[in-house]
Design a protein around this ligand. Structure first.
Ligand SMILES: [Zn+2]
Length: 428
């Protein structure tokens, strides 16, 4: 190196150090079946006005921006926090300018990155009373439907002090105002957030909807049991709340719940087209919240019916005559060519589109892991779903089953769906 270059470098380095953002201190990553797919990178983008999407591909994180500070909704997984930091900067904002971080629900996949983002910014963290308790503990309490998965599965980095928001309360940062709507069900503290964003004179209502999915660890009943009261009524009220919100743009805690990929694709397709009408933005859909609520209601109805069916089984078995049926098992591999996996949302959609309409009286799904020897003599393990159907020995049932197999193969590029039949004596 020539002396002159060395002098030049020594002048340049302090400037570069000033311009570079502070190194982001992330927490240890969380491992889970879906974590890698959820945390896949996603280019940040403007949703509308001062509202931006900054999350990874499968976990909602939304930025609302003003010159007097930023609001962030949700932090994804612990390993999402550095991606969110990069996404905020890519849009020209600074993570240090976050003043407020709010949470939808206190599960590790939406609250896990909040601690690191709060450390990086000094932002206030706010959540419902239940959510605040869970975030301060770094794990959801015992009344969470997923609590029985255990601390190793459900814990996440805790935040020391979390501000509690009440139902209907509005939080402000400079000119920004976001309102909390308690929508308990998926967790007792689930919260949906709303605000208004404007582009010039055009202002729209944005809804960041929490999950309305009735999913739980084994043993939990949304309809209640001897150890805890039911939460079904509160859950239905939450669904009605979301359906009734002023809602021009729906964003969801898992972007796929609101069809974000599809909306982005449609947006790209129409970009630059002749006579582009701003009103035709695929993200603007005043019916989106009602559709989201309708889907949730159908899933809750199904879940509650399953719980009631379990109640009736032992008593009914003695009073009703036995019935000869065919028991069919279908084995659906969850691996897709190229290393991808069928996601829980894709599986749910498949059930809703292909299975439920053909067997509306009911069916059973079992999570399974299979193994076999591949052509190179290696043992391969694959997670799969087993669909168990009890049906009459008739042509219609057989045709329905073949249609389900065909649909799965086509939708997820599968070579086969194993089918096994046996005669069954059943009593309902
Ligand atoms: Zn959750």
């Amino acid at each position: 190196m020539k002396p002159r270059d060395a002098i030049f470098l020594s002048l340049l380095l302090p400037l570069a150090a000033l311009a570079a953002p502070p190194a982001f201190q992330a927490d240890a990553p969380k491992a889970c079946d879906n974590c890698a797919a959820w945390n896949a990178p996603q280019e940040p983008f403007r949703v509308f006005g001062n509202t931006y999407y900054v999350g990874p591909a499968g976990l909602g994180a939304v930025l609302v921006a003003s010159e007097r500070g930023l609001i962030l909704l949700d932090g994804g997984l612990p390993q999402s926090a550095p991606l969110i930091d990069v996404n905020i900067r890519k849009l020209g904002f600074r993570t240090e300018d976050l003043r407020l971080i709010v949470n939808s629900h206190a599960h590790f996949d939406h609250a896990g990155g909040i601690a690191a983002l709060a450390r990086a910014s000094g932002a206030t963290v706010a959540a419902s009373a239940w959510g605040a308790r869970a975030i301060e503990a770094g794990a959801p309490p015992a009344d969470d439907p997923q609590h029985a998965f255990g601390p190793a599965a459900t814990s996440f980095p805790a935040v020391k002090h979390v501000q509690v928001v009440a139902d209907g309360e509005t939080l402000r940062v400079g000119p920004l105002a976001i309102t909390a709507h308690l929508t308990p069900g998926h967790t007792p503290g689930s919260t949906t957030w709303t605000w208004r964003s404007c582009e010039g004179a055009r202002c729209l209502q944005i809804v960041y909807a929490d999950s309305l999915n009735a999913v739980s660890a084994p043993g939990f009943r949304f309809s209640g049991d001897g150890t805890h009261p039911g939460v079904e009524a509160a859950f239905r009220a939450s669904i009605a709340t979301v359906a009734g919100l002023p809602c021009d743009i729906l964003l969801a805690v898992h972007p796929s719940f609101a069809g974000m990929d599809d909306k982005l694709r449609r947006r790209r397709e129409r970009a630059g087209g002749p006579g582009v009408d701003p009103g035709a933005d695929p993200f603007v859909d005043p019916g989106a919240c009602r559709a989201y609520a309708r889907d949730a209601e159908a899933r809750l109805d199904q879940r509650i019916a399953e719980e009631h069916k379990q109640d009736q089984q032992p008593a009914a078995a003695e009073t009703r005559p036995r019935d000869e049926k065919i028991r069919t098992e279908l084995y659906f591999g969850l691996s897709i060519k190229g290393g991808k996996k069928v996601t829980p949302a894709q599986w749910d959609r498949f059930l809703r589109d292909e299975v439920t309409p053909r067997f509306p009286l009911g069916f059973t799904i079992v999570d399974a892991t299979g193994q076999w020897k591949n052509d190179r003599g290696k043992i391969v393990h694959e997670k799969s779903k087993v669909l168990i159907l009890l049906h009459d020995d008739d042509d219609q049932s057989a045709a329905n089953i073949e249609a389900i197999r065909g649909a799965y193969k086509q939708r997820f590029d599968q070579e086969s769906v194993l089918r096994s039949n046996q005669a069954a004596s059943v009593a309902f």
